[in-house]
Design a binder for this molecule. Structure first.
Ligand code: ADP
Ligand code: MG
Length: 691
């Protein structure tokens, strides 16, 4: 249960003074519906109101705070003109300008003959200084209510800066004193403030340059990372408590398979298999992430691991994200499996009727050793006699909660998730800290390097001429068109336009594949490309995930500047899979922004997925790397994985040590750490603790 001291923070935002039913939906859209959401809403800048000159010294274009006397109200002669209020000090005159003014309100705010402090952007009109719609107008006695340095918050349509500022202040007033959860010595060494002080500080910045690198923000970032690390360790410990089964076999099937393969495993593959074997032998459930570039041999590792399970008399499944991929896996693994005398089958959403029934019956009876498929594998009517191992392909996008669900369900299934999206270390530690992971950081021998070039789209004629030569030479070409706008329609339109453009030039040999096509049509297009009936396949990003046509040697990526690095890397990995040298052309729309240029440079300079991933993180930030903000990524409110990466290792040790000393978090610091977990909404993890 969430500790009572946090209740005010998790109360609805409408519990704050001044936020009623009209404003609530706007705040909901801007930050969220709870008080705590306002606390995490950090200023994006400041307005410095300290400049407090006499009128004569107030230059146009600068924010100034002035003490003036109200001389006269000058209502407009026509409603289209602004209302003016004439003010003065001993050095000159200043006009306050109001459009669509309410006269009685203005007269109350600015009574003639009295003094007021006004603050706003000074302009000059016909030599007279003026301020249009001053940000603040207060009586001299209330000077303190104008913040000398005012935070500027990101806004949403319908909300004014003042409303957001006030709401944040109201939220701050709800902040309780909480027992310190950070280690005292560490805190002193860092010279960091306490939690509450830090929170006040980020909402009361003292200068623009402290917004990001203030000790206050760093402290809160550490808090958040600490909550994250604690949660991951707790979730992992919880999983380890779920009994798994200890699977072992003499390894006869694997030995047989290895001798049938025309190649030897790479050292990285052997290492990964050893790690998987150890997990399988151990009495807890396996949850391991196998990372490796496209073509690094992950599927082979998954298959060889399955053999252990099958030899022990259990069943194994391989789940792919799409039908095409499932079919491809089936096509490659079937001869291998059948050569070993195993029963292997494909189960997708498309299977129907008698054949499907027979397959399900066989699986339920244990007359099927390996099942390959899509999500259809886990439909209600699919039952296994004894499923012990699931390999999940290209599934880096599932979140901690889903992982808990997966391992918490049914039998004690071991899980190996495979991904070709290289995940930088910082992200691994924060998003996958509850999993074990293996890396295939070595390519099978004999692969040709891919030459990568960047060219402006304007040189299309040259590009087409180059293609003509390559095609005459028997090349096969992927041509990828990006998402132009958020809507799939325009996305498709771009690909269709390029398809007809290329078809005009190259005729019948040009095909098209996109996400909106029926599955059967997609298969047909892929098959035509695979068997060489067509030589150019124009595609939306559907080719991104795992398609395998070794004869393809050219990858053209149009508007490469619009793709993320990880995505470009994935796409490029579609070529360079066969014996022939391959090329990747990154076509861009000039002029390129500085970041875009840097990104394309990274692509040209390296094909190491892990280097690319680190660069991607540096250039873009964590959430986008995984391609989605909803799942898989820890969404940090304060911490920034690029900026705060240096805190991560300390944080992990801190969390580990705290839980080693006090595994139920029941000591004084432990109790404070529980509160921290709830504060950052790691409730599921906190609930694994004994009450
Ligand atoms: P991934 O799943 O990582 O994309 P795969 O397992 O599909 O990679 O392997 C890609 C290709 O390389 C396949 O044709 C596979 O048979 C082959 N392969 C796998 N391991 C090796 C190896 N050690 N040496 C040579 N080729 C290999
Ligand atoms: Mg693969």
């Amino acid at each position: 249960m969430r500790p009572q001291c946090l209740f005010p923070l998790f109360a609805p935002i409408t519990t704050l003074p001044g936020i009623g039913p009209r404003l609530a939906p706007l705040f909901q859209r801007l930050v969220g519906g709870r008080v705590v959401d306002l606390l995490w809403h950090r200023p994006s800048g400041i307005v410095d109101r300290r400049f407090s000159p006499k009128i004569v010294d107030a230059p146009a274009g600068r924010i100034a705070t002035l003490l003036v006397r109200i001389e006269a109200h000058l209502p407009p002669d026509t409603p289209r003109r602004p209302y003016r209020v004439r003010c003065s000090d001993e050095t000159g005159f200043l006009h306050l300008i109001y459009f669509h003014a309410k006269e009685d309100w203005l007269r109350r705010q600015l009574p003639t003959g009295e003094q007021r402090i006004v603050s706003g952007l000074v302009e000059r009109f016909n030599e007279t200084p003026q301020i249009t719609h001053p940000d603040h107008v207060v009586a001299p006695a209330d000077r303190e209510t104008i913040q000398a340095i005012e935070p500027v918050y990101p806004l949403t349509a319908g909300l004014f800066a003042k409303q957001v500022g006030k709401a944040v202040q109201a939220a701050l007033a709800q902040v309780p004193d909480l027992t310190e959860w950070q280690d005292g010595a560490w805190l002193r060494r860092q010279n960091w403030p306490g939690w509450k002080t830090a929170l006040f500080a980020i909402h009361h910045p003292t200068a623009a340059d402290v917004l990001d690198d203030s000790p206050a923000r760093r402290r809160l970032a550490y808090d958040e990372l600490l909550a994250n690390q604690l949660a991951l360790i707790l979730v992992r410990a919880q999983m380890r408590r779920l009994k798994g089964r200890s699977l072992q076999s003499p390894g006869l099937l694997r030995a047989q398979a290895l001798s049938a393969l025309p190649f030897a495993l790479t050292a990285a593959q052997r290492r990964a298999l050893d790690e998987v074997d150890a997990d399988m032998r151990a009495p807890y459930r396996m949850l391991r992430l196998l990372q490796g570039d496209v073509g690094s041999g992950k599927t082979m590792v998954g298959f060889l691991a399955m053999l252990t399970v099958v030899e022990a008399g259990c069943q194994a499944a391989l789940m792919a994200p799409t039908e095409i991929l499932a079919q491809q896996h089936f096509a490659t693994l079937r001869p291998l499996a059948e050569g070993l005398g195993l029963r292997i089958a494909l189960l997708t959403g498309r299977g129907k009727g008698k054949a499907r029934e027979a397959l399900l019956a066989a699986t339920a009876a244990g007359n099927m050793d390996i099942l390959i498929g899509t999500h259809a594998l886990f439909q209600q009517d699919v039952t296994f006699r004894d499923l012990a191992f699931v390999v999940i392909d290209e599934q880096h996008r599932f979140g901690v909660q889903q992982r808990m669900d997966l391992t918490g369900k049914g039998q004690a299934v071991d899980v190996l998730a495979m991904t070709a999206t290289p995940i930088p270390r910082t992200l691994l530690l924060t998003a996958y800290g509850d999993m074990d992971w293996s890396r295939l950081d070595e390519r099978p021998p004999g692969r040709q390097p891919i030459e990568t070039r960047a060219l402006p789209l304007a040189r299309m004629d040259e590009i087409v001429a180059g293609l003509r030569r390559a095609l005459a030479d028997g090349a096969r070409v992927y041509w990828v068109c990006p998402l132009i706008e958020e809507t799939p329609d325009t996305d498709l339109a771009a690909a269709e336009a390029r398809h007809s453009h290329l078809a005009e030039i190259f005729g019948e040999m040009v095909g098209l594949i996109h996400g909106r096509m029926k599955a059967a049509d997609k298969d047909r297009a892929m098959a035509a490309f695979a068997d060489g009936t067509i030589s150019i396949l124009v595609a939306t990003t559907v080719v991104e995930v795992g398609m395998d046509v070794p004869e393809a040697t050219i990858m053209v990526i149009e508007h490469a500047e619009r793709f993320g690095l990880a995505q470009l890397h994935q796409l490029r990995g579609r070529v360079g899979r066969g014996e022939r040298a391959s090329t990747c052309l990154l076509l861009y729309d000039s002029p390129l922004s500085e970041t875009a240029r840097q990104r394309l440079d990274v692509m040209r300079n390296t094909d190491d997925g892990f280097v690319i991933a680190e660069e991607d993180l540096r250039l873009r930030g964590g959430g986008e790397i995984l391609g989605t903000r909803q799942s898989g990524t820890p969404e940090f409110k304060i911490a920034d994985l690029a900026r705060d990466a240096d805190l991560l290792d300390v944080c992990r040790d801190d969390a580990r040590l705290a839980l080693e000393r006090d595994k139920d978090l029941s000591s004084a610091r432990g109790t404070a750490l529980r509160t921290l977990l709830y504060l950052f909404e790691r409730d599921a993890a906190a609930r694994t603790l004994r009450a």
